[in-house]
Structure formats: C-alpha cells, structure tokens
Design a protein around this ligand. Structure first.
Ligand SMILES: Cc1cc2nc3c(=O)[nH]c(=O)nc-3n(C[C@H](O)[C@H](O)[C@H](O)COP(=O)(O)O)c2cc1C
Length: 294
C-alpha cells in the first residue's frame, strides 16, 4: 500500500492525532519502533507553540458516555525544548512527522514554520482553533479572511506540506475554500467540538472543553462529505475513529487518510489493531475507493 495526501506519501492511511500520544516518550513506552513503522503512516506532534505553555488548571478531562471532554489548554514545552529533547528520538523512527503548530498571531505561526524549515522538516498542521490575540482573542477559525492571510503568510516561508486543521464549528465551508485558494496542501477535518460537562453539584464543578471520541464521528463524517463535494484539497479525517470500519467509512466519504486520537488514550495499541482491520476491509471493499491510492 501507498497512500497519498497531496504530495505527502504514506505507507498506511493511519495517522496518530495530535495531543493523544504525549510528546513521544509515552507512545514509545507501549509500542516498539517496529510496530509503529508497520502500522502508522505518519505521526502528528503535540501542538507546539513558540514559548512553553503550562495549560489549563484542572479539571482537564471528563469521560462522557460516548466520548471525552478535554481542556488541556495546549500544554507543551515550546518548540525549542521539543526539538532538543524529544525530536531526535522521534526522527529515528523513520515515520513521517507532521508538526502541529499553534500561534497566538500570524507572526507566531510564521516563526514556528521558519524554525521547522531551518531543521529541514517538511510537513506541518496548523491548529487554527486557537485564539488570535491580535483580533481580541477570537479563534482564527471564525474568520475565513484571517485564515486566508495566515496561510499565505506561512506559505511564503515554508515550501513543504501544509495541512490546516479546521474547527468543526463556525464558517467551515468558507474556511475550507479560503485554505484552498491560499495554497494549503490539505485539510484536517476536524478538531474537537466545543462542549461542557458537569462533574459535581456540590461544589459545582464544570469542565468546558473539546468533545472527541465515538460521539463525534457521525458529525465529522457529514462535515467531510460536504467539504469533499466542493473542495479538491485532500482531506485528513479526524474524529471518533475506534475501528477499521471507522477508517473505511471516512475513506469512502472522501478522506485520503485518517487520524486516530482518543482511541490511543483507551488503548495505545489501537493503531495496530485498526491497521489489521483496515487491511481486511480494503481487501473486501478497496475497489469502492477511488482516490488514486494503491
Ligand atoms: C487530550 C487531547 C489533546 C489534544 N491536543 C491537541 C493539540 O495539541 N492540537 C490539536 O490540533 N488537536 C489536539 N487534540 C485533538 C485531536 O488531535 C483530534 O483531532 C480530536 O481528538 C478528534 O479525534 P478523536 O475523536 O479520534 O480523538 C487533542 C485531543 C485530545 C483528546
């Protein structure tokens, strides 16, 4: 098998989603490099910022009947520490790495892309669900014009693969069109859905965060079907993948590759199991896919 997402070539259609496998060390506690290279087409790093971020105060996670609400707050050690302490071990894996980036302004995104270009990296995923401090803290994803300018700016300094990770709420179609005309290479659809959970009544403890897991798969599947009917950019699906069938459903509805997120938190071997399942499904139903993948 080879899988193409624009000019990015993957050995399998399975990508491990940002923020669900630590910074590298956690994943490597469970999976051997051989297992990873066998099943995984690419790894998306934890969201990285210019400066370290300590994230949100607790509560940070709440399980719901069909999903998970997280309010991690983009905790990360900053790109410099990541490159010094975690990157060398990940690079040895010989699996394509996609760097998930978040900036508080267009300038920060551009600087992050420049740093990665300087170390010779060739693939980034822009998390546009983060707040834009220059626009009063409103998320980039709420304004297709701002997203257009952002991608144009990043494209000027970064020739490699640029995926834009869309928020599932707001002007999704307009944002996807803006990404296409600004020169992005792919769309990741989508990030988590804004949600709220009640943890206890006395004292009242609530969590506001992003919902992920099986609950969101039908919502994201619909979003991908709609976007792929109007936009030619390759789509990387992200939302509620727990099985090979989930992967196949996304491929059938227009995705070129599929990310596994919350499933890793339940079982770090999920990517291997899901890969075995998707191989079977591709044998039986692969003829139904027409994405230029082989
Ligand atoms: C604990 C946790 C941390 C996450 N951190 C990030 C992040 O840093 N950047 C990002 O773009 N998405 C992040 N995500 C979103 C996931 O990458 C994924 O898009 C989302 O969870 C939907 O997929 P899933 O239902 O398979 O989990 C995070 C999700 C979870 C559950």
């Amino acid at each position: 098998m080879t899988w193409k997402v624009g000019n990015l070539e993957l050995k399998t259609p399975i990508i491990i989603a940002s923020g669900t496998w630590g910074l590298g060390d956690t994943l490597l506690q469970y999976l051997t490099p051989q297992e990873l290279t066998y099943a995984v087409g690419a790894l998306v790093t934890k969201g990285l910022s210019l400066e370290p971020m300590s994230g949100n105060p607790p509560p940070r996670l709440m399980e719901t009947p069909c999903g998970l609400i997280n309010s991690i707050g983009l905790e990360n050690p900053g790109i410099k520490t990541f490159l010094e302490d975690y990157y060398p071990r990940l690079r040895e894996l010989k699996i394509p790495l996609i760097f998930n980036l978040h900036g508080n302004s267009e300038e920060e995104f551009i600087r992050l892309a420049e740093i990665l270009r300087e170390v010779g990296e060739e693939a980034i995923e822009l998390n546009i669900s983060c707040p834009n401090v220059k626009k009063g803290g409103i998320s980039f994803s709420q304004s297709p014009e701002v997203v257009f300018e952002l991608i144009r700016g990043v494209r000027k300094v970064f020739e490699g693969f640029i995926a834009v990770k869309l928020s599932p709420v707001g002007p999704v179609m307009e944002t996807a069109l803006a990404c296409e005309s600004a020169g992005a290479d792919a769309l990741t659809i989508a990030n988590t859905y804004p949600a709220l959970g009640i943890i206890s009544y006395e004292p009242l403890r609530i969590i506001r965060g992003g919902l992920s897991g099986p609950a969101i798969k039908p919502l994201t599947l619909r979003l991908i079907t709609e976007v792929s009917s109007r936009i030619k950019l390759p789509i990387i699906a992200s939302g509620g993948v727990m099985s090979g069938k989930d992967v196949f459903d996304y491929l059938l509805m227009g995705a070129s590759a599929v990310q596994i997120g919350t499933a890793n938190l339940i079982d770090p071997w999920s990517p291997i199991k899901i890969y075995e399942e998707i191989k079977e499904l591709l044998r039986s139903y692969g003829r139904l896919l027409d994405k230029g993948n082989t």
